[in-house]
Design a protein. Sequence first.
Length: 536
Amino acid sequence: MDQDNSDWWRHGIFYQVYPRSFQDSDGDGVGDIRGIIERLPYLVELGVDAVWLSPIFPSPMADFGYDISDYTGIDPLFGTTEDFDELIAAAHDAGLKLILDLVPNHTSDQHPWFVEARSSRENAQRDWYIWRDPAPDGGPPNNWLSEFGGSAWTYDEASGQYYYHAFLAQQPDLNWRNPEVRAAIHDVMRFWLRKGVDGFRVDVIWHLIKDAEFRDNPPNPHYLEGRPPHETLLTQYSTDQPEVHAVITEMRRVTEEFDDRVLIGEVYLPLHRLIAYYGNDLRGAQMPFNFALLSTMWSARSVEKIIADYEKALPPGAWPNWVLGNHDRPRVASRVGTAQASVAAMLLLTLRGTPTLYYGDEIGMRQVPIAPNQVRDPFEKNVPDIGVGRDGCRTPMQWSAEPYAGFSTVKPWLPLARDFASDNVASLAAVPASILNLYKALIALRRMMPQLAYGNYEPVMAHGDVLLYRRRSMDGVAVIALNFGAESTAITSSAIGFSNEILLSTFMDREGEKVEGMLDLRANEGVILGPPLRPA
Ligand code: NOJ
Ligand code: MG
């Protein structure tokens, strides 16, 4: 697969590490950079190409690192600048790319920029943030709501104005209409790019620009009872403004001052809005995250439609990507069930587009129940008891049956899954047909079969619980058949179009089986079919 190197992110497989929960090296119950260094060999063995780290910068941790008080430092909880330099060198030595989280929409309220801005209305940095006078009744300037509960405006007694925060009051939004802010963040990007970082995942990129007139958001006619209160309004004026695309293009240009870097955007928007984030002439983010699989009903027809709609909507030349899990959403194994988690894995790794794995999904980690006194997530604290808490998908990686799952030598910051003694990397590695070994086999197959990485996506008509598609390139064809159902089923080979052999089953027990006439699929089974692979 000798594409030129600038293409690495197209055929690469990304893996998200939530640093607090990956590996603790210094016995404080919180994961850290040295811990990640220790575990790089695991990532190499798994076969991924790029590691994205959630924020590791100095932070009061009101939102666990998404509230940054120094963009170019390392929080002592995670280690030192030297540790980071060692990590990037070690990752590159191991052939892994390293992606950092860039959080440009807001800083911590402890960031020196905000401390300055807040100090007086006349301060030179006042306009780096979003300040407005109170409404005539003294209340907030408009009706915008914080995603983490309550008004998005907090009153600053001393200066008599409100500041805007799309998230916590401890996360004031920067004013991206101010060129000084843009220049400052560009310099932050250059700082890390110069160190050799291979790109950024940009936090809430669709939030960066707000309506110039700060008009009230309209009510959401589709609000569902029981959903978080901020969803009572549409974010028509507070997010996804047309001017944001010029801002993203500028960021893209900064990455292009260096070779072979990638810009990934976090975007939760409907498909027709999402694709705008590729930018005019593809000058936006190379990969606006495609989160469609995070919220879909898990059925063959729904997923088939998601793929078809996405493939159709992609602008010419835009490269697709797929995500099954992240640190904000319930674990995939809990959303679709343990039996279907393997089918989901096969889907993710056989679709056209760059896959991003979330740490622990490869061992089938499930949501960990969080007792009220264990809650750490500010979202759950502010908007309790409706199921928005994110702690359950951020629990420590389960490495072994040792105390604290080999994650730490002390009680971790979040509880461990109760079943960690059986469901962990060490024990699953020893079970030939485990989900972990399935992930490894899928990744290896994607690497061996360029049609899986680069081929076209061709839907094949199927019914009921079966999702069927081909991936075709000059290198050949692969057929993927996924049974989303809990009952066995059969497909005629005319539907598949040719007779071939099974290269991989999610149960890992049918490799080499010839398929002529009928393809039987067991309950919850997925298979990849293709011409017999010649040993390398
Ligand atoms: C999106 C991040 O993924 C989430 O974890 C965070 O709370 C918000 N942005 C605010 O930064
Ligand atoms: Mg630690």
